[in-house]
Design a binder for this molecule. Structure first.
Ligand code: MGD
Ligand code: MGD
Ligand code: SF4
Ligand code: MO
Length: 899
C-alpha cells in the first residue's frame, strides 16, 4: 500500500523537509515537503536521491563481536553484545576510574540520542569524556558566539538571507554544501538585483557565481581581512557609535588593535588588490542591512575562534544584528549539530547550553538527574581524546554515527589509536566504513527513514524525523541501543537502584530533555512532538505557553552576557600553523563536492552520485602543473610531513597558484592510503580545539607506476567492492568508484611498479565474474599484460585490463552505450586507445544528475548558441533540483561574447 511519511533530510544543516514515499517495507521515492519552512518543497541533488542510497549489502544487520584483536568478528545477538559491552565498560571504570572510558559521537545523531548519551556519560559513568565530530565542524562557531554575544545561538533566520541588502559569504561554499539555501538566495537576488553579495574564499567556487565581489584571499588570512575592514569602516565613519556605546563593551581595545591594519598592509597580507578591500568595506558600510554567512573556511582553523569573533565584531561595530536582514549567521554543517550543542554533546558543555566547567551548572543538571554530583575533571576534546587513546589511557571507547578513521586529521595517529584501544565499540548504520574495521563490537544502527526523533537546523528550527519503514535486519534506533546498554551498566555500577534509563519511546527523552532548557537562552520547553505535529517545525526559543517560535534574536539589543552587552574581541591575526617551505611549497585545502557526503558510506552506494566527480583527483593550478611538468590525469605522490597519498592530478584554474585542493570525501576504502586526512595536521585552535583541516603544507611529485590496472563490473557492486578492496593493499595506487545509472558498475583504477602474482589476478577475476561465461581474453605474460572482457547478450558486463590500460575510456564508453557488434569485438583487447579511425569521446561527466545531462551535452548546446533558458528547455538540465545551475552559468560565462 502506498504511503507518505513526512520527515527531514539526513544530510546538511539546511534541514529540508522530505516526503518519503514507501509501501511500509521499502522506500520508493522522496520529494521535497512543500509545507516545510526550510525548503518549501525544494531538495538538492543529495536530498532528492536519498531513496537510491543505502544498498542493503552495505548496511549493518546484526551485532558482531570479536573476543581478541587477532580474531575475526562473528555474528552475535543483542543480549550477548550489550552484556559483553557493559562488562568491559564496568571493568574499565572499576579498575581505572570513569575517565578511562570515552564516547565519541556525532552531529548526525538525533536530539534524543544525544540526550541519552550525555546522561549515560556524565550521570552514570561519571566522566566528561563525551565529545563529537562537531569538534571538527562547529566548535569555533560555538566559542565565537559565546564569547562575543554571550550564548551559542545563531541569531538569524533563513528569511533574513533573502531580506538582506549586503551578504558576506566567507569560507562557505553554499552552492555545494547548503544548496537549497543557495537556491533561496539565487531567487532573492533575482527578485532584488540591487542586493550585493561578497564571497571570500581562496578558491573561485560555484558560490562565486552569485557574487558581485570575490576576494580570493590567502588561505588563513581572514582575521587580517576583518580587521582591515574594521579599520576602513572606522576611518570612513561608517560605524554605529550609538549602538557601540549602548550595547557593547571592549571597543577601545579593538579600536587600538585595528590601527595597525591599514588597507595596504591588509591587502598585501591577504594578497588582494587594495581597491577590492576598499570596495568590500564600502559595500558593507553603505548597506542598510548586512548579513554574514560562514562555515568551515572560518571554523576549521587554528585561528577559528579569532576568525569568528573578528567577523562578529563587524556586526557589532555597525549595529547590524537583531534586525531583519542583518546578523552574523553561521551555517551548521550536519543535520543536527545544533541539537548536539543544545544537549551538551561537546566535552566542555552540559545540556541546556550549560558549561561542564561551571559548578552551578553542574549542580543544576545533577539535581535534575537525581545524582549527587556531575564530574569535575574536564573531558577530552576529539583530538586530545584520540591522543590519549593512542597513549593507552582510554580502555574502552564507544563511537557512534561517525567515522573517525576517515574524518579526523593525522590518520596515521588515529589508526594507531584505534588499533591500541583494548575495547572499541562502533554503533553504525553502514558496516563498510574505515572505523568498522577497528571495532571489537559492531552494533547495527537504524538510519534515515527508519527512526523517530527530532533535529534542529541552522536557523534554530526543530523538526521531526519520522520512521517510514522498519530498520533492516536487527538494526535498532540509536537512543534505544544507548539506553539498553546504560541499563546493563547501571546493574553493574549501581546494583539494586531504580533505572534512570527506562524509556520506551523517544518523545519521553525529548520531554525530559526540554525541561533542562527552561529559562535558558534556548528555552524550548514549550515544544513537543504533538505541537510540532499541529503547527509544524518551530524555531527556539519557544518557552512553555508560546504560540510561535522566535525568528530573530537580540531584537531588544540585550545580550545574554553578565552585563547584557555584547563584547568586542581584540585578537591579532595569526598565520596558519604550518607554513610553506622549500620541501612543502603548496597549501592543501580540503572540502566538499556537490554530490557526496563525508566518508560516502551512504552517498557512495548510489552510482548516480559519482556522475559529477567520478574519482579522487588532486586539483592544482595550471602553472603549478606546468612547473612540475605534470600532465592532466598523471599520477602523483602528494606528501605532507605526516604522510603521503598517490592519486591523479587535474588542472583547476579556480585555484590560485601555490594552492592545491582535495575533496575531503575519499577515505581508505575509496582511495588506498588512509585517505585525504593522512596529510592533515592535528594542530587546533587553543579555545575551540578545532583542528586546522583547511591548511596543510604539501608537495607533489610525479610517480612512475608502469603496471596499470582497470576494471569494471556490474551487479552486486557493494559486495564485490568489499571483497575486492583488500586485494589492492600491495598496490601503490587504487581508487574505487561507481558509474552508470540503470546498471550501476564498480570501477577500479589501480597502478603498481610491478605486476601482482598470477594467483592474485586469478582471485580478482573470480570476484569480477571473469572466471566463467563468455569471456574474451588476451595474455602476454612476458610483458605482464592480461585482458578479459565478459559479454552477455551482446553487452559488456565485466572487464579488466592489467598491465596496459590504453583502451579503458573507450571500453567504458562501450559499456555505457550498450551493444558490442562483431566488428567492435575484434578491437576490444587491442593495445590501442580506440579502434583505428575512431576517436574516443572523453568519458561523459554528468552535470545535471536529476535529468541526466552531461557536461559535454551542455557544452554542445552552448556551442550551438543556447543560453540558460534554451539549455533548460532543450536539454532539461537545471530544471529539477537546480544544484547544477551555478556550474552551467559558469560554463556560459566562459564563452566569448558573440561579436
Ligand atoms: N555536498 C555536501 N554538502 C555538505 C557536506 C558534505 O559532505 N557534502 N557536509 C556538511 C557539513 S558537516 C559541513 S561542516 C558543511 C561544510 O560546508 P562548507 O564549509 O561550505 O564546505 P567546505 O567545502 O568544507 O569549505 C568551504 C570553503 O572554505 C574555503 N576555505 C578554505 N580555507 C579558507 C580560508 O582560510 N578562508 C576562507 N575564507 N575560506 C577558506 C574552501 O576553499 C571552501 O570552498 O557542509 C555540509 N554540507
Ligand atoms: N580533511 C578534512 N576532514 C574533515 C573535514 C574537512 O573539511 N576536511 N570536515 C570535518 C567535518 S566538518 C565533519 S562534520 C566531519 C564528518 O566526519 P564523519 O562524522 O566521520 O562523517 P560521516 O561519514 O558522515 O560519518 C557519519 C557516520 O554515521 C553513519 N550513520 C548514518 N546514519 C546513522 C544513524 O542513524 N546511526 C548511526 N549510528 N550511524 C549512522 C554513517 O554511515 C557514517 O559512517 O569530517 C571532518 N573531517
Ligand atoms: S540542502 Fe540538500 S542535503 Fe541539505 S537538507 Fe536540503 S536536501 Fe538535504
Ligand atoms: Mo561538519
Amino acid at each position: 500500500m502506498h504511503q507518505t511519511t513526512a520527515s527531514t533530510c539526513c544530510y546538511c544543516g539546511v534541514g529540508c523537509g522530505v516526503l518519503i514515499e514507501h509501501d511500509g517495507t521499502r522506500i520508493h521515492d522522496v520529494a521535497g515537503d512543500p509545507d516545510h519552512p526550510a525548503n518549501f518543497g525544494k531538495l538538492c541533488s543529495k536530498g532528492s536521491t536519498l531513496h537510491l542510497t543505502g544498498d542493503i549489502a552495505a548496511r549493518g544487520l546484526h551485532p558482531e563481536l570479536r573476543l581478541g584483536k587477532a580474531l575475526a568478528r562473528a555474528r552475535t545477538d543483542w543480549d550477548s553484545a550489550l552484556e559483553h559491552a557493559a562488562e568491559r565498560f564496568a571493568d574499565a571504570i572499576r579498575e581505572h576510574g570513569p575517565d578511562s572510558v570515552a564516547f565519541y559521537i556525532s552531529g548526525q545523531l538525533l536530539t534524543e540520542d544525544y540526550y541519552a548519551f550525555n546522561k549515560l556519560a556524565r550521570a552514570l559513568v561519571g566522566t566528561n569524556n563525551i565529545d563529537s565530530n562537531s569538534r571538527l565542524c562547529m566548535s569555533s562557531a560555538v566559542v565565537g558566539y559565546k564569547r562575543s554575544l554571550g550564548a551559542d545561538a545563531p541569531p538569524c533566520s533563513y528569511e533574513d538571507i533573502e531580506l538582506s541588502d549586503c551578504l558576506l559569504i566567507v569560507g562557505s561554499n553554499m552552492a555545494y554544501a547548503h544548496p537549497v539555501l543557495f537556491r533561496r538566495l539565487e531567487e532573492a537576488k533575482a527578485r532584488r538585483p540591487q542586493m550585493r553579495i561578497i564571497v571570500v574564499d581562496p578558491r573561485r567556487t560555484d558560490t562565486c557565481d552569485l557574487a558581485d565581489l570575490h576576494l580570493a584571499i590567502q588561505p588563513g588570512s581572514d582575521v587580517a581581512l576583518f580587521h582591515g575592514l574594521m579599520h576602513i569602516l572606522l576611518r570612513e565613519g561608517q560605524i554605529d557609535r550609538d549602538f557601540i556605546d549602548a550595547h557593547t563593551e571592549g571597543f577601545e581595545a579593538l579600536d587600538a588593535l585595528v590601527r595597525d591594519y591599514s588597507p595596504s598592509v591588509v591587502a598585501e597580507r591577504c594578497a588582494i588588490p587594495v581597491e577590492a578591500l576598499q570596495r568590500c568595506a564600502r559595500l558593507i558600510g553603505d548597506a542598510p542591512s548586512f548579513l554574514s554567512l560562514w562555515c568551515m573556511g572560518l571554523n576549521q582553523s587554528t585561528a577559528g575562534s579569532a576568525k569568528n569573533s573578528a567577523l562578529i565584531n563587524l556586526h557589532l561595530a555597525t549595529g547590524q544584528i537583531g534586525r531583519p536582514g542583518a546578523g552574523p549567521f553561521s551555517l551548521t554543517g550536519q543535520p543536527n549539530a545544533m541539537g548536539g550543542r543544545e544537549t551538551g554533546s561537546l566535552s566542555n558543555l552540559l545540556p541546556g547550553h550549560r558549561d561542564a566547567g561551571n559548578p552551578e551548572h553542574r549542580q543544576e543538571v545533577a539535581a535534575y538527574w537525581g545524582v549527587e554530583q556531575l564530574p569535575e575533571t574536564p573531558g577530552l576534546p576529539a583530538i586530545e581524546l584520540f591522543e590519549k587513546v593512542r597513549a593507552g589511557k582510554i580502555k574502552a571507547l564507544w563511537i557512534a554515527c561517525t567515522n573517525p578513521a576517515q574524518s579526523l586529521p593525522d590518520q596515521r595517529g588515529v589508526q594507531e589509536a584505534l588499533a591500541t584501544c583494548p575495547f572499541v565499540v562502533v554503533q553504525e548504520a553502514f558496516f563498510t566504513t574505515e572505523t568498522c574495521r577497528h571495532a571489537d563490537l559492531l552494533l547495527p544502527a537504524a538510519s534515515w527513514g527508519e527512526k523517530e526523533g527530532s533535529v534542529t537546523n541552522s536557523e534554530r528550527r526543530v523538526s521531526r524525523v519520522r520512521r517510514a519503514v522498519p530498520a533492516p535486519g536487527e538494526a535498532r534506533a540509536d537512543w534505544a541501543i544507548t539506553c539498553d546498554f546504560a541499563r546493563r551498566l547501571e546493574k553493574r555500577l549501581r546494583p539494586g537502584q531504580p533505572s534512570r534509563f527506562d524509556y520506551e519511546r523517544p518523545d519521553q527523552l525529548f520531554d525530559e530533555y526540554k525541561a533542562l532548557t527552561r529559562g535558558r537562552d534556548l528555552d524550548l520547553s514549550g515544544l513537543s512532538y504533538a505541537l510540532i505535529e499541529r503547527i509544524g517545525p518551530q524555531q527556539w526559543p519557544f518557552p512553555a505557553g508560546s504560540e510561535a517560535g522566535t525568528p530573530r534574536l537580540y531584537t531588544n539589543r540585550i545580550f545574554p552576557t553578565a552585563t547584557g552587552r555584547a563584547r568586542f574581541i581584540a585578537e591579532p591575526y595569526q598565520p596558519p600553523r604550518e607554513l610553506r617551505e622549500a620541501h612543502y611549497p603548496l597549501v592543501l585545502n580540503t572540502g566538499r563536492l556537490r554530490d557526496q557526503w563525508h566518508g560516502m558510506s551512504r552517498t557512495g552506494t548510489a552510482a548516480q552520485l559519482f556522475g559529477h566527480v567520478e574519482q579522487a583527483l588532486l586539483g592544482l593550478h595550471p602553472d603549478d602543473m606546468a612547473h612540475r611538468r605534470l600532465l592532466e590525469g598523471q599520477l602523483v605522490r602528494l606528501r605532507s610531513r605526516r604522510g603521503s597519498l598517490v592519486l591523479p592530478v587535474t588542472a583547476d584554474d579556480r585555484l590560485q597558484a601555490g594552492q592545491a585542493f582535495l575533496p575531503m570525501h575519499w577515505g581508505d576504502r575509496f582511495l588506498k592510503g588512509l585517505g585525504c586526512n593522512v596529510l592533515t595536521l592535528p594542530e587546533h585552535d587553543p579555545l575551540s580545539k578545532q583542528p586546522e583541516l583547511k591548511h596543510a603544507a604539501v608537495e607533489v611529485e610525479r610517480v612512475d607506476l608502469p603496471w596499470q590496472f582497470f576494471a569494471l563490473v556490474e551487479q552486486d557492486v557493494q559486495s564485490r567492492f568489499s571483497a575486492l578492496r583488500p586485494l589492492f593493499e600491495a598496490f601503490d595506487y587504487a581508487s574505487f568508484s561507481l558509474a552508470g545509472r540503470d546498471r550501476p558498475a564498480l570501477i577500479i583504477h589501480a597502478a603498481a611498479s610491478q605486476a601482482p602474482d598470477a594467483a592474485q589476478l586469478e582471485r580478482m577475476d573470480q570476484l569480477l565474474g571473469l572466471d566463467e561465461g563468455a569471456v574474451l581474453s588476451y595474455d602476454d605474460p612476458r610483458r605482464a599484460i592480461g585482458k578479459r572482457v565478459r559479454i552477455e547478450a551482446g553487452r559488456i558486463v565485466s572487464l579488466r585490463l592489467a598491465g596496459e590500460t590504453a583502451a579503458r575510456d573507450w571500453l567504458k564508453g562501450l559499456w555505457q552505450s550498450g551493444q558490442v557488434d562483431a566488428e567492435t569485438r575484434r578491437w576490444l583487447l587491442a593495445p590501442l586507445s580506440a579502434p583505428p579511425g575512431e576517436t574516443v569521446a572523453a568519458v561523459e561527466r554528468t552535470l545535471c544528475n536529476c535529468m541526466n545531462v552531461s557536461q559535454q551535452a551542455v557544452a554542445r548546446g552552448i556551442a550551438a548558441g543556447m543560453d540558460l533558458d534554451g539549455l533548460k528547455r532543450e536539454l532539461g538540465c537545471g530544471t529539477s533540483c537546480g544544484s547544477c545551475v551555478p556550474e552551467i552559468k559558469r560554463m556560459l560565462a566562459r564563452q566569448p561574447e558573440p561579436a
